[in-house]
Design a protein around this ligand. Structure first.
Ligand SMILES: Nc1nc2c(c(=O)[nH]1)N[C@H]1C(S)=C(S)[C@@H](COP(=O)(O)OP(=O)(O)OC[C@H]3O[C@@H](n4cnc5c(=O)[nH]c(N)nc54)[C@H](O)[C@@H]3O)O[C@H]1N2
Ligand SMILES: Nc1nc2c(c(=O)[nH]1)N[C@H]1C(S)=C(S)[C@@H](COP(=O)(O)OP(=O)(O)OC[C@H]3O[C@@H](n4cnc5c(=O)[nH]c(N)nc54)[C@H](O)[C@@H]3O)O[C@H]1N2
Ligand code: SF4
Ligand SMILES: [Mo]
Length: 890
């Protein structure tokens, strides 16, 4: 069996190193790699819980045609025949590939080669379009190349770290922990967080700018003017290494006559803006970290360029501790950029619109059908599917029926599409239900290849468990289809290393320092070298075989003139502003312990405990005015669709804003997809959708009863008006609600809990007067499931009830507590889980503060262990501490 296999976490773009193992009993062990330069021995809650995500539950194990398993040979022939047929009848552009930043570099490379060089279409786009295409476009406009200039160590070497549009504490937790540590060691390190919401990342902020959504470019335009007028620029750098300042400045000046004007347009206090500008002006070592709050706007590229402009004006790029740093979201978003994964890119950072570049790639690939220009970007690609222009679609490692904006239109397109192929590792997703063909992919732990993280560092993912059923690597599947389309020679790869070597060779092919992406030092790796590959940052060339920490240290850029470009950024606002009918602005994003559409983190009880139900956050005052109370169900509606989710009130959210998480979908809730609501506007430069803004209205969902079910087996809840499901320890948990009052509660409960006809032991309690119903199903003395129903949202706490599922038999006291809805003793109720690593609940923490006098995060950690492993919950523990102490003082 394998032990301590060095691999990389498959979740976020931090790209943490992991030591993974599998013992004789089949138990997986996951440890942080102490030597990996991304994490140096740290992991966040998601990485630490990776073993949970590897359960075989719900895996797609065999290739299927129209729901029936077939042999690989049959299915591959079938797919190739269909594709060939579509190409012959309608041309190569009638085919579309929609791929993912969660593919490995080798998979990604092969998919692109097949589409752009051999099928002869550029209709291959990726979910990275939704993720960082605005950052790519902005870097290209400014530097002439898509080069992320910074390295993680810059965050530690900086004196000012600005986090804008990034909830780093939850979305790049290990990087955030590195900043926390750096700040502890060096209290001079200042942190500014720019986010309309007060996020956990604000925990370490010296200044939080709760900016008006979508106004970042105004703030940074104002900064550009301020830096210039206050003579805080770097004329030497500007004169020698840049172009276009005057135009950019003139444009910025139109929007920023004074700090007061900027402050007003950003809904900030002028003093806060002044403080921020002064900090930026007076601190040489500044890193500006940006992510989706910048990118996901219909002018996300402009947002990003307004940031880059300020770094160019001050020459703060290419040196330690400074630079405009876009964090990549997915584990291999950066690898996808290297292979030209977007429809408007070509492999190895070459330009799809340049005849010379196309010719170069064609010669290198010996490609018979080289593409002639850009293809359709994600949102447009699905529109073309709806219009019948794309007739066959192959989706790999992404779940577009959940994650693309205007879901209804996307689902309509998938339904209409003649031929949909989906490669996934999970059998039942919102997208697989539209597939004609399902191809079982290997997933993390089973697959081998390369990934590149946010700081351009290439690492290996290595297999340490055998692949189940008939699952195959994505590169193998794509190559097998390519062979059947008549391209056997060009896709004769035996191992991932063959592909990696070709990719590396292409990066150096006729490069001569002309292109930023050059890893030619890695071309021709032997099997052993590939196997023992050590993480390194590109470029990796003969001159710099160990890689390069940061780009542009020589002030030379990849534009024609060799100078970086200032970009004039005009004032913009969303195409669909809020109005009387849809007065609220919907923002969307991530929660700490879940990953995207839940296909993997949804399997982990540990990760599901932190936030187990979809929700909408809204301002408490607004809620009060509209008679909305905490925990009730709300219907959120936009012009594009609606969702039903739980209300969470927050004092620190602007009255006009609401926020929903992106994770829940039809496998986990009745009606909670945020992208059912989100408008399909995109940035005209990058094609990235405007996920951070949609006008919505909110109304109460008229539930007559609320309840929950805990069950060892997963149950069908489709018949209920509202349900949301999450994994618990030894059980599945369902929050439920309904509009109509059933005549017969007992019958209704039995139908839900006993979906089989067998006779079961059943205990129940019904208080008709109070409309309260409780029942439990017991099997061989063991609790199998239970249901609690009441007229209000407040119901018994689920945590202590869940613990009854741990034992193999219920005693009388426990049976009694099931019927009374109260724990047999107060000790058993630990409340909602705050620390996922050690399963510490909020009530336990509050009790510790109250009774043990724990007065600091450290003291809580020592006494209860909470917050001492990955540290992701420290901001929450601080908040609990703060409010508990406040209450004690009252
Ligand atoms: N836990 C977890 N981590 C993840 C992921 C996950 O699913 N779960 N996914 C990964 C992926 S693919 C990605 S792309 C990254 C995303 O990482 P982030 O970009 O950090 O995550 P988001 O939550 O999408 O959005 C970040 C913040 O932008 C803010 N925001 C919204 N509008 C504006 C605005 O106009 N201006 C500013 N300044 N801020 C705004 C939101 O309030 C939110 O707090 O996370 C990665 N890491
Ligand atoms: N409203 C709103 N919407 C958003 C965002 C937002 O902030 N707001 N963010 C956007 C962003 S940044 C992103 S990145 C997307 C993410 O959205 P998606 O890419 O749709 O989400 P995932 O759940 O990561 O989908 C990955 C799929 O690949 C499967 N899979 C896992 N491993 C493998 C493998 O090795 N091979 C294959 N073939 N399949 C595999 C998983 O089971 C899963 O079905 O969502 C976007 N949508
Ligand atoms: S920060 Fe967490 S999710 Fe991201 S790579 Fe590291 S362990 Fe994985
Ligand atoms: Mo992303």
């Amino acid at each position: 069996m394998s032990n301590n296999v060095k691999t990389t976490c498959p979740y976020c773009g931090v790209g943490c190193g992991i030591l993974a193992g599998l013992d004789e009993t089949g138990k997986v062990s996951i440890k942080a790699d102490p030597d990996h330069p991304a994490n140096f021995g740290r992991l966040c809650s998601k990485g630490a819980a990776l073993a949970d995500s590897l359960s075989m539950e719900g895996r797609l194990l065999y290739p299927e045609i129209e729901g029936t398993p077939h042999s690989w040979d049959n299915v591959l022939d079938y797919v190739a025949d269909k594709f060939r047929d579509v190409i012959e009848k309608h041309g190569p552009d009638a085919l579309g590939f929609y791929v993912s930043g969660q593919l490995l570099t080798e998979d990604y490379y092969v998919a692109n080669k097949l589409m752009k060089g051999f099928i002869g279409s550029a209709n291959i786009d990726t979910n990275s379009r939704l993720c960082m295409s605005s950052a790519v476009a902005a870097y290209k406009r400014a530097f002439g190349s898509d080069s992320v200039p910074c390295a993680y160590e810059d965050l530690e070497r900086a004196k000012l770290v600005i986090l804008t549009g990034s909830n780093t504490a939850w979305c790049h937790p290990v990087l955030y922990q590195r900043v926390v540590k750096a700040k502890k060691e060096n209290p001079d390190l200042m942190v500014v967080v720019i986010d309309p919401r007060k996020t956990p990342s604000c925990d370490i902020a010296d200044l939080h700018l709760a900016i008006k959504p979508g106004a970042d470019h105004r703030l940074f335009n104002g900064l550009l003017v301020h830096l210039h007028d206050a003579q805080e620029s770097n004329p030497l750098f500007v004169n020698h290494h840049t172009e276009g300042l005057d135009a950019a400045l003139a444009c910025a000046r139109e929007q920023a006559a004074s700090i007061e004007q900027v402050a007003a347009s950003c809904a900030l206090a002028a003093d806060d803006v002044r403080r921020f500008y002064k900090l930026f002006a007076r601190t040489e070592r500044v890193v500006t970290v940006f992510s989706q709050g910048i990118n996901q706007w219909s002018y996300g590229t402009d947002n990003a360029n307004s940031i880059i402009n300020c770094h160019l004006l001050t020459g703060r790029i290419g040196r330690p501790g400074m630079g405009p740093f876009s964090l990549t979201g997915q584990p291999n978003a950066m690898g996808g950029r290297e292979v030209g994964g977007l429809a408007n890119q070509l492999a190895a950072h070459m330009d799809i619109n340049s005849a010379a570049d196309r010719d170069r790639v064609q010669r290198f690939w010996r490609a018979p059908n080289m593409v002639q220009g850009e293809g359709l970007k994600a949102v447009d690609m699905f529109r073309a599917v709806a219009d019948g222009k794309i007739r066959a679609l192959w989706i790999m490692a992404t779940n577009p029926a959940v994650s693309l904006p205007d879901n209804a239109q996307v689902r309509e397109a998938l339904k209409k599409c003649e031929f949909v192929v989906v490669s996934d590792c999970v059998r039942k997703t919102d997208t697989t239900q539209f597939a004609n063909v399902l191809l079982p992919a290997r997933t993390w732990g089973e697959r081998d290849g390369a990934v590149t993280n946010s700081e351009r560092r290439i690492s290996r993912q290595r297999a340490f468990i055998p692949a189940p059923g008939q699952a195959r690597a994505d590169w193998w599947i794509i190559s097998a289809v390519a062979k059947r389309l008549g391209f056997a020679e060009a896709f004769a790869y035996q191992e991932p290393v063959d592909i990696f070597n070709e990719h590396a060779a292409l990066s150096g092919f006729e490069n001569n320092g002309q292109r930023d992406f050059d890893i030619s030092a890695l071309a021709g790796l032997t099997d052993a070298e590939y196997e023992h590959f050590q993480p390194r940052q590109w470029p990796l060339t003969a001159e710099q075989p160990d890689g390069v920490t940061r780009m542009f240290s020589d002030g030379r850029f990849f534009t024609e003139s060799g100078r970086a470009q200032f970009i004039a950024v005009a004032a913009s606002q969303p195409v669909n502003p809020p109005d009387a009918e849809y007065p609220l602005q919907l923002n969307s994003g991530r929660v700490r312990d879940h990953w995207h559409t839940l296909t993997r983190t949804g399997k982990s009880a540990r990760l599901s405990a932190h936030i187990y139900e979809p929700f909408v956050e809204l301002n408490s005052e607004y809620a009060k005015k509209n008679y909305i109370s905490e925990g009730e169900l709300l219907c959120v509606r936009s012009r594009w669709g609606s969702a039903v989710v739980r209300a969470r009130l927050r004092e620190d959210l602007a009255p006009g804003s609401v926020f929903m998480p992106i994770h829940w979908n039809d496998q986990f809730a009745s009606d909670a997809r945020v992208d059912a609501l989100v408008n399909p506007e995109t940035d005209p430069v990058s094609g990235q959708p405007e996920f951070k803004h949609t006008p919505v209205q909110i109304e109460t969902y008229a539930a007559n009863w609320y309840g929950f079910v805990l069950s060892r087996r997963r149950l069908e809840m489709q018949q209920l008006d509202y349900w949301a499901c999450s994994k618990g320890k030894n059980l599945w948990r369902y929050e439920i609600a309904g509009k109509g009052m059933p005549e017969d509660w007992a019958g209704c409960a039995r139908r839900l809990l006993c979906q089989t006809a067998e006779k079961v032991e059943w205990i129940e309690f019904f208080d008709k007067g109070q409309s309260r119903y409780r029942a439990a199903r017991i099997e061989d003395g063991r609790l199998e499931s239970c249901i609690f129903i009441g007229p209000e949202v407040t119901l018994p706490d689920r945590e202590w009830l869940s613990k009854l599922f741990a034992s193999d038999s219920l005693d009388d006291k426990e049976r009694g507590s099931l019927l009374t809805g109260r724990p047999a003793s107060a000790e058993e109720d630990s409340g909602r889980i705050v620390c996922s690593c050690f399963g510490v609940g909020i009530k336990t923490i509050e009790k510790g503060i109250r009774e043990q006098g724990l007065q600091s995060v450290e003291a809580i950690g020592e006494a209860l262990r909470a917050g001492t492993n990955c540290g992701s919950c420290v901001p929450e523990i601080k908040a609990i501490l703060f409010s508990s102490i406040n209450q004690q003082q009252k």
